[in-house]
Ligand binder design. Structure first.
Ligand code: FE
Ligand code: FE
Ligand code: ZN
Length: 274
């Protein structure tokens, strides 16, 4: 049993995304909580959210992995962007309460010139500000490729953020295969990478996987996704990841450069590995 799906457009609403996921062969999906390049969020249609939850239960879906907009940077150098980002985080978590029990993935942020230590404090502060006991979503810090001044480029930085979070039962990690590869973790030895993850963060925190091939070589810090099997990681390695005993039951989300037909093929390929 695998939970697999891809990033979908939310323009037609929640239930439409569930139906689209099934049409593509999936049983989970990702979506942006709001315009990825802007800030404004549509009002939540509760009936539509309820309809998706029922549809997911009827179709044995795994957990959804919502994605924060790219404009969010809770450790930005400019205070107004930082403020705006943490309000966005809080608002998104309130909106996620309409889809109880799912995941909300976000990029820890880019520290610009402030240094990683200061950024880690800011990220944890923002999480502690935004996450409330009444929220029913687990937020996931995404492992990053280490492009520019991205925070979360290694497991130690992710761990340092988690250590500073108050409500620890509401925080987890989403491992992006392209990002960790670009970040220097050789996932062709996935057993080793998972054992490092376990040592540094703890495998119980690993909740979801972004399944992507990479256009670039190990340790390149570039972050350019490629279709499964067409990049430098390759299908054999990604197959070992997807079928790894320690990763079963987790949602796998494709963020590969594809149209709908391409995703359909990719999902079928991955299902054929079981
Ligand atoms: Fe991401
Ligand atoms: Fe990702
Ligand atoms: Zn990426």
């Amino acid at each position: 049993m695998i939970y697999i799906g891809n990033h979908l457009s939310s323009s037609k609403g929640f239930l439409a995304m569930g139906r689209m996921a099934v049409e593509l062969g999936g049983n989970t999906f990702a979506f942006f909580t709001r315009n990825p390049r802007g800030g404004a969020a549509k009002k939540i249609d509760k009936a539509d959210a309820d309809a998706l939850m029922k549809f997911m239960a009827d179709n044995n879906f795994g957990k959804l992995v919502a994605h924060a907009p790219y404009t969010m940077n809770v450790c930005a150098a400019k205070e107004d962007i930082r403020e705006f980002s943490r309000e966005m985080l809080k608002d998104d978590l309130e909106r996620m309460n309409y889809l109880p029990g799912n995941y909300y993935n976000f990029h820890p942020g880019s520290h610009v010139k402030q240094g990683v230590d200061a950024a880690i404090e800011m990220i944890a502060d923002a999480i502690n500000y935004a996450v409330k006991e009444e929220h029913n979503t687990t937020i996931l810090l995404e492992t990053m490729a280490g492009k520019g001044t991205e925070v979360g480029r290694n497991f130690e930085e992710i761990r340092a953020i988690i250590d500073r979070v108050d409500l620890k039962d509401k925080i987890g990690v989403c491992l992006d295969t392209c990002h960790v590869w670009d970040g220097g973790y050789d996932i062709s030895d996935i057993d080793n990478v998972l054992s490092i993850f376990d040592e540094v963060i703890g495998l119980d925190r690993l909740k979801a996987v972004h399944l992507n091939d990479s256009k670039n070589i190990l340790d390149s810090h570039k972050d350019r996704h490629e279709r499964i099997g067409q990049g430098m990681i390759g299908a054999e390695v990604l197959k070992k990841v997807v079928t790894h005993p320690l990763l079963q039951g987790k949602p796998f989300i494709l963020e590969t450069p594809n149209d709908d037909d391409g995703y359909k093929e990719e999902i079928a390929l991955i299902k054929s590995w079981f």
